[in-house]
Write a protein of this length. Structure first.
Lengths: 148, 148, 148, 148
């Protein structure tokens, strides 16, 4: 039997609120999603004014970060024609996101979920997703990945 | 040009919290979604322990309540084999829900969004969705539909 | 080689306008679609106030009426559990409509297209679709099906 | 509660007619779609002779221009392998168009809908979509985006 850890709803709301705070700072209303370690949605907020087309993109980024256990922009550079991983963006019914803004959430060296942010540029989306996980690591007592 | 009203995120979170409070009372962890008047998702919470299969059902109920401007159980009795509306459950890419638990949110006699709840029995889902809109009408200053 | 006839855009707009006029008479804003003999969309109008969930239903009814060459309510009574045709509503990626409101357009005894109407009750949808084809037969010089 | 504006059907038909007039000038029969600010279809015309494969492309361009609030060709240059936004073309169930011919419609500095044109080259599609919005700005009293 496998024992696992997964974000709970309170954890996930902390991540949403932290991403939204950063989105407020940079003045870009965002769609923000948090998925569990299986990629299934825990919580989602569309900030007032965020783009309709970003609803599913944010959810897809959270799915990808959690289920593939990598930041979505990791796949951006792999998903280039001629490279071995090209085409991964159209897998999983098109839900595999290779656009920055999806970041895994790690606890005790294990991926326990993912955050996905969309509606700005890819760079703005990344900034907000990173702010979310940084805040989570700072407040949850979890060590950030790579901490000594 | 058409002028319209739509729930904002604060409104939608009030609805989520009220549905979750009722779900806590009846001890059934729920998936709860709120859509805008066009059926697009504004916010979503999966309470700890709620069923994975209810994620999309809750979102679909919120979509249907808002976009079709009726409670989802209204279609349940119309969508019976031999009745004229049978088959509506497989329209809109299967997103048209005819299972109780989707309730429109009305403001100034206009549908401004929808709440969808899933994970319990249809009856339990309805109770939580109704609790959400009742609380919203009581606290937002909006008149409930049919109020004199 | 097969020679065929198909509604042109002017024909299709006549059908839309006639359906919309009847929808105005009965005071139900409708989604109205016209498809060609292959089921592909020629033209579509969502009247101000018509339901969002009816957009795809109207298009599906026009598709079905043209491509299956029958009124959609013809299938309503056939699509009953235990009857040989049950299940047809979920074919064609769920686009096969068995809800009244889709009516074929016939010219020289051949189906040249279909009208689909949605947003009211099935009965209201049928009334508007019938008004469209009746007006078309009266003004286009085409004999209505069954005319002596 | 959010207050919003959205194109009505009369506005949308003005856009269709203007795009069709330009398509007539350049002698390329087009599929032309107009979506509301949420990306949902308001009206659609397939001009006689326009390609069947362009039906859904025009609808997708209108969706994208409205829902993502940018011209579709804006994404064309961003959606290049190795660039951060590559992959956006397969999001939203493949409905996110990165091919020129989708143009947002702006009113009082807010996106109130989108026009999508398809069946010619991307350049021809853009010319017709631009003609539509230019005519709309000239006749509706709306200031074009960027007007002083």
């Amino acid at each position: 039997m496998i024992e696992m850890k997964r974000l709970d709803l309170d954890d996930a709301r902390v991540l949403i609120e932290a991403a939204a705070a950063k989105a407020g700072d940079i003045e870009v209303p965002m769609c923000i999603a948090v998925a569990d370690e299986s990629g299934n949605l825990i919580t989602f907020d569309r900030m007032d004014g965020a783009k309709i087309s970003s609803i599913s993109i944010a959810i897809d980024k959270a799915f990808t970060a959690a289920a593939a256990r990598n930041r979505t922009e990791f796949y951006n550079q792999l998903c280039v024609p001629g490279e071995p991983t090209f085409g991964i963006h159209s897998t999983n019914d098109g839900r595999f996101s290779v656009i920055g803004g999806g970041v895994p959430v790690v606890f005790d060296d294990v991926v326990v979920g993912g955050v996905g942010v969309s509606a700005g540029t890819a760079e703005q989306d990344v900034v907000c997703a990173e702010a979310a996980v940084s805040h989570f690591y700072a407040t949850s007592g979890a060590a950030a990945p790579g901490d000594g």
